[in-house]
Design a binder for this molecule. Sequence first.
Ligand code: SF4
Length: 304
Amino acid sequence: MDIGYRSCELCPRRCGADRTRGELGWCRCGDELRLAFGGLHFGEEPPLSEPGGSGTLFFSGCPLGCPTCQNIQISSRRDSLGKGISEKELADLCLDLQNRGAENINLVTGTHYIPSLAAVLHDAKQRGLEIPIVWNSSGYERPEALELIHSLIDIYLVDLKTLNFETAGRFCGHPMYPEAAEDTLRWVISHTPADYHNGRLVKGVILRHLLFPHELASTREVLRWFSLNGGDALLSLMQQFIDPLGVLKADWEAEGDLLDMLDEFGIQKGFIQELGDDELWMPDFNRLNPFPETFCKPVWNWNG
Ligand code: SF4
């Protein structure tokens, strides 16, 4: 199977747009890479951020397009913020981040650019890029497309937002999300055994789950799935739900129940994000540094 920008089937929507001829598929992305922000990020899971920061690259556009995305300024199908960047420039940026002490290169939502990112990573590695590569995604992927880039990826940081169709329809805008995400997680877990160097994760999978407000039953399903299928993957629980529309409020009361569920399923290894001020977590990609100063050092910005 030929998976690329011609008759695009890179994500589970498989909409078949010929992006090489200027057609825009469901995601409204062409065949030119668009980047919104690059910098050293200190707010990812500790093994990815400490001590030098994660060399994080936020791409524009998203094939899933959750209406509740905290990065909606850059992920939206309409007027997503970002700027075209050549493969050579992006490889240079990866090397620049490495020179600035980045612990890894963290590709955030690159699914719709897989062929270009494979070329970028090949080039950057040939020119000396040695730090681990992190694939940071919604889980809305196709293993057939991930095969194009798998040999270049060290750590998968992949969401499992929900396994419930109704919850997925409401929060992810797509009831079929669970099916795709489950396939993706099964594939990355079976293809990426964990490896540690001096106690530090250098290869493997971190499954991320963000609690949706008043959806503890959905979270319970995810935790049960992880306890049965997670293998040597780590679990990262996040609680910073922010609804850009301001309609839904996070359920801060859930923490006690959550700890009980972790006990119930015998899940001991992983991370749980501390609760904090909502505003702290909401990036603004119109600013040169979209994040709080202590969280991020900007290196590249679409409007910089
Ligand atoms: S990545 Fe975009 S163009 Fe390609 S199949 Fe998915 S939605 Fe369509």
